[in-house]
Design a protein around this ligand. Structure first.
Ligand code: SF4
Length: 758
């Protein structure tokens, strides 16, 4: 029996003996051509990274981060970026690597990158020079793996990146409207790396260099492999015994030595954390001396329903999704196994988080911090977006159900040290072309989770809650923002730095717990508008999203306005919302539209829910059931979900209630909802009774795309003065927040540096 990482400390990321090829030294850029390899004196590369993105040598981009990390381990790494996939020949351009090919679709899932939330093809791609669309295939990981196999017979293939990470298990695929197999099966790769890949890829590379085939590496956290059967010696726990259709008992703890374990009191999550588990590492700075996997965890694997079963039965799919999420804490997760035909997909527990020292080292590898020179002066929007912004943390404990970030980066926040962040500020200031004194962001998946954690690592190890913030902020969560305030102050006090804006998403329910932070943020780091994401106003959809209620928003709004007044600044809060999220009825959308009108907001562009692979909301969308509670086949309220273009269009139309093009649809819906009283010319009405110009639909002179002025300033009559659209902040347009499913439109989201596609 080969257990996951036996009970020893997780190995330090930089504790391996360097591969012999370190003698070739560091490449100015990782080579993209034979000519560059010749200049470096290489006869071959050791690792070939194939990616769907243009190569930008910056830690926000997965291939660069993994490439530089492997280079630091002594390996020769070459990059094959956006190859022509029509034949195998372009895949041979850099020669056969000595060890393996690493394949990633890029910083985004290729289907999210290529299609809109309404499944329409996009014509642009923020990760491609000149924003050109069509430079990567649909399901890029799969296609690239096929071509590599054709090009290099028997070369080991390692899948990674967000696409592989979120498709590691049988998953609902929105674009084909079906449940697909684990990507590992379809791509016929040797091993799949999920989550933050640093520990796994370094271990794999050194072991391949020692002659071990990746298929035999069944013991590495953060990886999935195919096995013929569950090996002898493993105790298999059927997932339905943990979370059964039918009346559900509290999850049994298979690690328990005795009955006392089931009713654990010391260290037990006091706020609804179900289940218990073994010991694991503390969250941040001390994983090196923490036990890896407690003896009780060795030898227990949770069996998920087979691919064929979850494909046929949406309730079982939702159940499997719930169990996968409950087994996502590295401190207590067990391996998962899922039958696909006559094979077992074996998914090891998630990786241990990186310590701050390791995070610092990874982000301070010798990146050129620029696009590869092969792109000349081409504009790459994703690079424009992040060139002056700095990652300070990874992970998110919010657990928003439409977002897959937790499934990728985990709930434990991984922080860089203040000194490391300040060194990067210096670097941007001194070496990044075009710097004018403005740092565009210090952030991560969430702006204000820096150095926040559970109060006790022992409690955290045991916790199986899906969120530390929902349904309320867990009483075990430390919410002290002082480290972040100190970081902001130190960064903006640096010579040459004129302004630092915070563009990452803010958890305002956390922020209101820290008035000193709000004061700091609002007084110094808001560039006129602060975008925040209530996502909805109504309790039904908010509960399905696991988002806070509007009372938190209101408290934050009051603080924001008060501090802005005190600072003598005219600045505005821009809320944004998701249409058509599971759990949202037409009535909910109508109420949201009324709230928008009352508060004089007129969103210009709106986002509709996009069911991303592996997200909990995706399980709701597919099954009509909520995996937030134990699944019962014959009970529980169904979750209403807007499906089909017409109903999704209606939900989006409510967000753009002010657009005459939407009025006919809205009038019809209001009548159906028994709210014809909202049709008319007055302030209390949502839409007028007649089209401008007397037409029935689009008004004369209407501009395609809406054309109505954007979000109205609070306190100003809607449309009096065009201002910026929610979500349309200049300078932040490039990346999609990988895994975040609320629309997924590249060009309107956070940069991808927080979820690199490694
Ligand atoms: S703070 Fe988070 S990790 Fe800690 S007990 Fe609460 S929910 Fe669990």
């Amino acid at each position: 029996m080969s257990a996951v990482s036996p009970a020893v400390s997780p190995r330090g990321l930089f504790s391996y003996r360097q591969h012999w090829a370190h003698r070739f030294g560091r490449a100015p850029f990782l080579p993209m051509s034979r000519a560059e390899m010749d200049l470096l004196g290489w006869d071959a590369c050791d690792v070939l990274l194939v990616t769907g993105d243009a190569y930008i040598d910056h830690p926000s981009f997965g291939m660069a981060l993994i490439g530089r990390l492997l280079e630091a381990q002594g390996f020769r790494v070459a990059i094959l970026a956006q190859p022509d996939w029509s034949s195998a020949e372009p895949f041979t351009a850099l020669g056969r690597p000595t060890l393996f090919a690493g394949i990633t679709a890029g910083n985004m899932d290729s289907m999210v990158n290529r299609y809109t939330a309404d499944r329409r093809l996009r014509h642009n791609d923020s990760y491609t020079p000149d924003d050109e669309g069509g430079r990567r295939p649909d399901r890029a990981s799969l296609v690239y793996a096929q071509r590599v196999r054709e090009a290099f017979k028997d070369l080991p293939i390692v899948l990674g990146g967000i696409e592989a990470s979120l498709r590691r298990v049988a998953h609902y695929d929105y674009w084909s409207d079906t449940v697909r197999r684990s990507l590992l099966m379809d791509a016929r790769a040797d091993i799949l790396v999920f989550g933050n890949a640093e520990r796994a890829i370094v271990e794999i590379a050194h072991r391949v260099a020692r002659g071990e085939p990746p298929r035999a590496m069944t013991d590495i956290r953060g990886t999935a492999v195919i096995r013929p059967a569950v090996p002898e010696g493993w105790a298999v726990v059927d997932s339905s015994s943990l979370d059964a259709p039918g009346p559900v008992a509290p999850p049994a703890n298979p690690y328990a030595d005795d009955g006392a374990e089931q009713g654990r009191t010391p260290g037990h999550c006091q706020n609804g954390g179900g289940g218990a588990g073994p010991q694991g590492p503390p969250p941040d700075d001390a994983p090196d001396d923490a036990p890896d996997t407690a003896p009780g965890n060795l030898g227990t694997v949770v069996r998920l329903p087979a691919f064929e079963a979850v494909k046929a039965d949406p309730v079982l799919y939702a159940h499997a999704s719930r169990v996968v999420h409950l087994e996502s804490n590295p401190g207590n997760a067990r391996p998962l196994v899922q039958r696909h035909g006559d094979k077992e997909v074996w998914i090891n527990p998630p990786p241990w988080p990186l310590s701050s020292q390791e995070m610092d080292a990874v982000y301070e590898l010798p990146y050129a911090r620029a696009p590869h020179p092969a792109y000349g002066g081409a504009r790459i929007p994703a690079w424009e977006m992040i060139r002056f912004s700095i990652t300070i943390l990874r992970g998110c404990f919010g657990g928003c159900t439409f977002c897959s970030i937790t499934e990728h980066e985990g709930r434990i926040i991984q922080n860089r040290s203040q000194d490391s962040v300040l060194r990067e500020v210096e670097h941007v200031r001194d070496k990044t072309e075009g710097f004018t004194g403005v740092i565009s962001d210090l952030g991560g998946p969430t702006a204000n989770m820096y150095r926040l954690a559970c109060k006790d690592p022992a409690i955290q190890r045991l916790c199986r809650r899906l969120s530390c913030l929902h349904p309320g902020i867990c009483k075990n969560l430390l919410t002290d923002h002082s480290a972040l305030v100190a970081l902001y102050r130190a960064a903006r006090g640096m010579p040459g730095v004129k302004k630092i804006t915070i563009a990452s998403g803010l958890r305002y329910d956390l922020a209101v717990r820290a008035p000193a932070y709000v004061k700091e943020l609002v007084s110094h780091h808001v560039g006129g508008y602060l975008k925040i994401a209530p996502e909805h106003t109504e309790p039904g959809p908010l509960a399905m999203m696991m988002k806070p209620g509007m009372d938190s928003y209101e408290r934050f709004r009051q603080m924001f306005e008060q501090v802005s007044r005190e600072a003598g600044k005219e600045q505005y809060l821009i809320p944004y919302f998701i249409a058509a999220h599971p759990g949202t009825t037409d009535q909910d959308m109508m109420n949201l539209a009324l709230w928008l009108k009352r508060n004089r907001f007129r969103p210009d562009q709106v986002q509709a829910f996009l069911p991303a692979p592996m997200a909990l909301a995706t399980a709701m969308y597919h099954s009509g059931r909520s995996p937030l509670k134990p699944l019962r086949r014959d009970g529980g309220a169904p979750v209403f979900t807007a499906k089909g273009l017409r109903q999704r269009r209606l939900h989006k139309a409510f967000l753009r209630y002010h657009d005459p093009e939407n009025w006919p649809l809205l009038r019809e819906a209001l009548k159906r909802l028994g709210r014809a009283d909202l049709i008319g010319p007055g302030k209390r009405h949502l839409v007028p009774a007649h089209q401008p110009g007397g037409g029935a639909g689009r008004p004369p002179g209407h501009r395609p795309g809406g054309g109505t002025p954007t979000t109205g300033k609070p306190g100003r009559a809607a449309g009096d003065k065009p201002v910026r659209a929610a979500g349309d902040k200049p300078g932040r347009a490039a990346g999609d927040k990988p895994g975040r499913a609320g629309g997924g439109k590249p060009g309107r989201r956070k940069p991808d540096r927080r979820k690199p596609g490694r």
